[in-house]
Design a protein around this ligand. Structure first.
Ligand code: A2P
Length: 269
Protein backbone atom coordinates (compact mmCIF):
# COMPACT_ATOMS: atom_id res chain seq x y z
CA UNK A 1 0.00 0.00 0.00
CA UNK A 2 1.35 3.38 -0.98
CA UNK A 3 -0.97 6.35 -1.31
CA UNK A 4 -0.28 9.18 -3.73
CA UNK A 5 -0.38 12.97 -3.62
CA UNK A 6 -1.28 15.29 -6.46
CA UNK A 7 1.30 17.83 -7.60
CA UNK A 8 0.51 21.36 -8.83
CA UNK A 9 1.00 20.23 -12.45
CA UNK A 10 -1.58 17.45 -12.19
CA UNK A 11 0.89 14.56 -11.83
CA UNK A 12 0.55 12.23 -8.85
CA UNK A 13 3.38 10.68 -6.85
CA UNK A 14 3.53 7.91 -4.23
CA UNK A 15 4.11 9.46 -0.78
CA UNK A 16 6.83 6.94 0.13
CA UNK A 17 9.99 6.75 -1.97
CA UNK A 18 13.16 4.73 -1.58
CA UNK A 19 16.16 7.04 -1.11
CA UNK A 20 19.47 5.74 -2.48
CA UNK A 21 22.02 8.34 -1.36
CA UNK A 22 25.02 6.40 -0.01
CA UNK A 23 23.49 3.05 -0.92
CA UNK A 24 26.69 2.37 -2.93
CA UNK A 25 27.00 -1.26 -4.16
CA UNK A 26 23.74 -2.02 -2.36
CA UNK A 27 21.72 0.21 -4.68
CA UNK A 28 20.48 -2.30 -7.24
CA UNK A 29 19.43 -4.82 -4.63
CA UNK A 30 17.74 -2.14 -2.48
CA UNK A 31 15.70 -0.88 -5.44
CA UNK A 32 14.68 -4.42 -6.43
CA UNK A 33 13.71 -5.19 -2.83
CA UNK A 34 11.71 -1.97 -2.58
CA UNK A 35 9.86 -2.58 -5.84
CA UNK A 36 9.05 -6.12 -4.70
CA UNK A 37 7.57 -4.70 -1.51
CA UNK A 38 5.23 -2.10 -2.96
CA UNK A 39 7.46 0.93 -3.49
CA UNK A 40 6.76 2.70 -6.78
CA UNK A 41 8.89 5.80 -6.25
CA UNK A 42 12.70 5.94 -6.39
CA UNK A 43 14.74 9.05 -5.60
CA UNK A 44 18.26 9.29 -7.03
CA UNK A 45 20.63 12.02 -8.29
CA UNK A 46 23.45 12.34 -10.80
CA UNK A 47 25.90 13.00 -7.97
CA UNK A 48 25.03 9.73 -6.20
CA UNK A 49 26.70 7.89 -9.11
CA UNK A 50 24.17 5.07 -8.97
CA UNK A 51 21.68 5.96 -11.71
CA UNK A 52 22.85 2.92 -13.72
CA UNK A 53 22.10 0.56 -10.83
CA UNK A 54 18.69 2.18 -10.32
CA UNK A 55 17.89 1.77 -14.02
CA UNK A 56 19.00 -1.86 -14.06
CA UNK A 57 16.79 -2.67 -11.08
CA UNK A 58 13.77 -0.98 -12.66
CA UNK A 59 14.28 -2.98 -15.84
CA UNK A 60 14.86 -6.26 -13.99
CA UNK A 61 11.77 -5.78 -11.81
CA UNK A 62 9.55 -6.25 -14.85
CA UNK A 63 7.22 -3.53 -13.55
CA UNK A 64 5.90 -1.31 -16.36
CA UNK A 65 7.83 1.96 -16.61
CA UNK A 66 4.71 4.08 -16.21
CA UNK A 67 3.94 2.52 -12.82
CA UNK A 68 7.20 3.74 -11.29
CA UNK A 69 7.90 7.36 -10.33
CA UNK A 70 11.59 8.17 -10.90
CA UNK A 71 13.31 11.32 -9.66
CA UNK A 72 16.84 12.45 -10.41
CA UNK A 73 18.70 15.72 -9.85
CA UNK A 74 20.86 18.25 -11.66
CA UNK A 75 24.25 18.61 -9.99
CA UNK A 76 25.74 21.99 -9.00
CA UNK A 77 28.59 21.95 -11.56
CA UNK A 78 26.03 21.59 -14.33
CA UNK A 79 23.89 24.38 -12.84
CA UNK A 80 26.88 26.72 -12.75
CA UNK A 81 28.11 25.87 -16.24
CA UNK A 82 24.68 26.01 -17.90
CA UNK A 83 24.86 22.32 -18.78
CA UNK A 84 21.28 21.46 -17.83
CA UNK A 85 20.12 19.82 -21.06
CA UNK A 86 23.25 17.69 -21.47
CA UNK A 87 23.12 16.68 -17.80
CA UNK A 88 19.53 15.44 -18.04
CA UNK A 89 20.35 13.53 -21.23
CA UNK A 90 23.30 11.91 -19.48
CA UNK A 91 21.10 10.94 -16.51
CA UNK A 92 18.52 9.41 -18.86
CA UNK A 93 21.26 7.45 -20.60
CA UNK A 94 22.56 6.19 -17.24
CA UNK A 95 19.06 5.24 -16.12
CA UNK A 96 18.25 3.64 -19.46
CA UNK A 97 14.98 5.62 -19.57
CA UNK A 98 13.56 8.05 -22.08
CA UNK A 99 12.02 10.30 -19.46
CA UNK A 100 12.13 10.87 -15.71
CA UNK A 101 9.04 11.74 -13.72
CA UNK A 102 10.71 14.53 -11.78
CA UNK A 103 13.90 16.52 -12.36
CA UNK A 104 15.15 18.65 -9.47
CA UNK A 105 17.85 21.33 -9.14
CA UNK A 106 19.93 19.68 -6.40
CA UNK A 107 21.12 22.86 -4.61
CA UNK A 108 20.53 26.60 -5.15
CA UNK A 109 23.91 27.02 -6.86
CA UNK A 110 24.64 30.21 -8.83
CA UNK A 111 22.76 30.03 -12.12
CA UNK A 112 19.73 28.20 -10.77
CA UNK A 113 17.25 30.56 -12.44
CA UNK A 114 18.76 29.92 -15.89
CA UNK A 115 18.90 26.19 -15.16
CA UNK A 116 15.24 26.21 -14.19
CA UNK A 117 14.23 28.10 -17.34
CA UNK A 118 15.94 25.36 -19.37
CA UNK A 119 14.12 22.71 -17.33
CA UNK A 120 10.82 24.33 -18.29
CA UNK A 121 11.74 23.58 -21.92
CA UNK A 122 12.83 20.03 -21.10
CA UNK A 123 9.47 19.44 -19.46
CA UNK A 124 7.61 20.68 -22.56
CA UNK A 125 9.76 18.34 -24.68
CA UNK A 126 8.79 15.40 -22.46
CA UNK A 127 12.25 14.54 -21.12
CA UNK A 128 10.90 15.07 -17.62
CA UNK A 129 7.26 15.04 -16.65
CA UNK A 130 7.62 17.38 -13.70
CA UNK A 131 10.22 19.93 -12.54
CA UNK A 132 11.23 21.16 -9.12
CA UNK A 133 14.01 22.10 -6.74
CA UNK A 134 15.85 20.80 -3.71
CA UNK A 135 17.44 22.52 -0.74
CA UNK A 136 15.75 25.82 -1.56
CA UNK A 137 14.85 28.07 1.35
CA UNK A 138 12.03 30.61 1.24
CA UNK A 139 14.34 33.35 -0.08
CA UNK A 140 15.54 31.17 -2.98
CA UNK A 141 11.95 30.25 -3.85
CA UNK A 142 10.81 33.88 -3.76
CA UNK A 143 13.61 34.83 -6.13
CA UNK A 144 12.88 31.88 -8.43
CA UNK A 145 9.14 32.49 -8.56
CA UNK A 146 9.70 36.12 -9.53
CA UNK A 147 11.69 35.05 -12.61
CA UNK A 148 10.23 31.83 -14.04
CA UNK A 149 6.95 30.74 -15.63
CA UNK A 150 6.21 27.42 -13.93
CA UNK A 151 5.94 27.03 -10.15
CA UNK A 152 8.14 24.08 -9.06
CA UNK A 153 6.07 21.00 -8.23
CA UNK A 154 8.37 19.97 -5.39
CA UNK A 155 10.98 21.32 -2.96
CA UNK A 156 13.00 18.49 -1.42
CA UNK A 157 14.58 19.61 1.87
CA UNK A 158 16.16 18.09 4.95
CA UNK A 159 13.26 17.44 7.31
CA UNK A 160 13.18 15.25 10.42
CA UNK A 161 12.17 15.72 14.07
CA UNK A 162 15.22 17.83 14.91
CA UNK A 163 15.18 19.82 11.64
CA UNK A 164 11.97 21.48 10.48
CA UNK A 165 12.27 24.70 8.44
CA UNK A 166 8.72 25.88 9.18
CA UNK A 167 9.10 29.14 7.28
CA UNK A 168 10.07 27.38 4.04
CA UNK A 169 7.42 24.68 4.48
CA UNK A 170 4.75 27.33 5.06
CA UNK A 171 5.85 29.21 1.94
CA UNK A 172 5.67 25.98 -0.07
CA UNK A 173 2.17 25.29 1.21
CA UNK A 174 1.01 28.82 0.29
CA UNK A 175 2.40 28.42 -3.23
CA UNK A 176 1.25 24.81 -3.81
CA UNK A 177 4.79 23.48 -3.88
CA UNK A 178 4.92 19.91 -2.54
CA UNK A 179 7.49 19.19 0.18
CA UNK A 180 9.68 16.10 0.26
CA UNK A 181 11.82 15.19 3.28
CA UNK A 182 15.36 13.98 2.75
CA UNK A 183 17.02 12.29 5.71
CA UNK A 184 13.59 11.81 7.31
CA UNK A 185 15.24 9.86 10.12
CA UNK A 186 17.95 12.49 10.61
CA UNK A 187 20.35 9.93 9.08
CA UNK A 188 19.46 7.68 11.97
CA UNK A 189 20.12 10.32 14.66
CA UNK A 190 16.45 10.73 15.68
CA UNK A 191 15.83 7.02 16.23
CA UNK A 192 17.30 6.98 19.75
CA UNK A 193 15.36 9.98 20.99
CA UNK A 194 13.61 8.87 24.24
CA UNK A 195 10.39 10.78 23.36
CA UNK A 196 10.21 9.01 20.00
CA UNK A 197 10.88 5.67 21.68
CA UNK A 198 8.12 6.31 24.20
CA UNK A 199 5.64 7.02 21.40
CA UNK A 200 6.88 3.94 19.54
CA UNK A 201 6.07 1.81 22.60
CA UNK A 202 2.60 3.31 22.81
CA UNK A 203 1.74 2.38 19.22
CA UNK A 204 3.82 -0.82 19.16
CA UNK A 205 5.73 0.48 16.13
CA UNK A 206 9.42 1.16 15.52
CA UNK A 207 10.91 4.62 16.07
CA UNK A 208 11.45 4.87 12.32
CA UNK A 209 7.78 4.17 11.64
CA UNK A 210 6.69 6.81 14.16
CA UNK A 211 8.89 9.48 12.55
CA UNK A 212 7.85 8.55 9.00
CA UNK A 213 4.16 8.52 9.95
CA UNK A 214 4.57 11.94 11.61
CA UNK A 215 5.93 13.35 8.33
CA UNK A 216 3.12 11.78 6.29
CA UNK A 217 0.53 13.30 8.61
CA UNK A 218 2.15 16.69 7.98
CA UNK A 219 1.57 16.13 4.25
CA UNK A 220 5.26 15.62 3.53
CA UNK A 221 6.55 12.99 1.07
CA UNK A 222 9.25 10.77 2.60
CA UNK A 223 12.41 9.28 1.08
CA UNK A 224 13.84 6.93 3.71
CA UNK A 225 17.09 5.26 2.67
CA UNK A 226 17.90 1.70 3.60
CA UNK A 227 19.75 -1.19 2.02
CA UNK A 228 18.23 -3.76 4.42
CA UNK A 229 15.13 -5.72 3.46
CA UNK A 230 13.54 -5.64 6.92
CA UNK A 231 13.92 -1.86 7.14
CA UNK A 232 12.82 -1.27 3.55
CA UNK A 233 9.61 -3.18 4.38
CA UNK A 234 9.14 -1.44 7.72
CA UNK A 235 9.56 2.02 6.15
CA UNK A 236 6.53 1.60 3.90
CA UNK A 237 4.38 -0.23 6.45
CA UNK A 238 2.80 3.03 7.61
CA UNK A 239 -0.81 2.87 6.54
CA UNK A 240 -2.38 0.82 9.33
CA UNK A 241 -2.10 3.33 12.18
CA UNK A 242 -2.64 7.04 12.87
CA UNK A 243 -0.77 9.23 15.36
CA UNK A 244 -3.00 11.18 17.70
CA UNK A 245 -2.65 14.97 17.53
CA UNK A 246 -1.02 15.11 20.95
CA UNK A 247 1.76 12.80 19.75
CA UNK A 248 2.23 14.78 16.53
CA UNK A 249 2.60 17.84 18.78
CA UNK A 250 5.14 16.11 21.04
CA UNK A 251 7.30 15.33 18.01
CA UNK A 252 6.86 18.90 16.69
CA UNK A 253 8.40 20.08 19.95
CA UNK A 254 11.67 18.23 19.23
CA UNK A 255 12.62 20.71 16.49
CA UNK A 256 16.05 22.26 17.07
CA UNK A 257 16.67 23.56 13.54
CA UNK A 258 19.68 21.27 13.67
CA UNK A 259 20.86 20.05 10.28
CA UNK A 260 22.72 16.82 9.69
CA UNK A 261 23.53 18.03 6.17
CA UNK A 262 24.81 21.26 4.59
CA UNK A 263 23.20 24.68 5.01
CA UNK A 264 21.47 25.83 1.79
CA UNK A 265 22.51 29.42 2.54
CA UNK A 266 26.17 28.51 2.90
CA UNK A 267 27.51 25.48 1.06
CA UNK A 268 30.81 25.17 -0.77
CA UNK A 269 30.45 22.32 -3.25
P1 A2P B 1 20.71 1.17 6.44
O1 A2P B 1 20.74 1.64 5.00
O2 A2P B 1 21.97 0.47 6.80
O3 A2P B 1 19.48 0.36 6.75
P2 A2P B 1 17.87 8.88 6.50
O4 A2P B 1 16.93 8.34 5.46
O5 A2P B 1 17.26 9.78 7.50
O6 A2P B 1 19.09 9.48 5.88
O7 A2P B 1 18.37 7.65 7.37
C1 A2P B 1 19.07 6.61 6.76
C2 A2P B 1 19.85 5.87 7.80
O8 A2P B 1 18.97 5.23 8.71
C3 A2P B 1 20.68 4.82 7.18
O9 A2P B 1 21.87 4.72 7.94
C4 A2P B 1 19.84 3.55 7.29
O10 A2P B 1 20.69 2.44 7.42
C5 A2P B 1 19.08 3.81 8.58
N1 A2P B 1 17.72 3.28 8.56
C6 A2P B 1 16.83 3.33 7.55
N2 A2P B 1 15.66 2.79 7.89
C7 A2P B 1 15.78 2.37 9.16
C8 A2P B 1 14.91 1.72 10.09
N3 A2P B 1 13.67 1.39 9.75
N4 A2P B 1 15.39 1.44 11.32
C9 A2P B 1 16.66 1.77 11.66
N5 A2P B 1 17.53 2.39 10.84
C10 A2P B 1 17.11 2.68 9.60
Amino acid sequence: KNTRIKLNDGLTMPVVALGVWQSHEGTKNAVLTALKNGYRHIDTAAVYHNEKAVGEAIKESGIPRNEIFVTTKLWNDDVRSGNTREALKKSLENLGLDYVDLYLIHWPAEGYVEAYLEMEKLQKEGLTRSIGVSNFRKSHLQNLLSKVHIVPSINQIETNPQMVDEETIQYCKENKIGVEAWSPLGSGACLNNPKIQEIANKYQKSSAQIILRWLLQKGIVILPKSVHENRIKENIDLFNFVLENEDVELINQLNQHKRTGPDPDNFDF
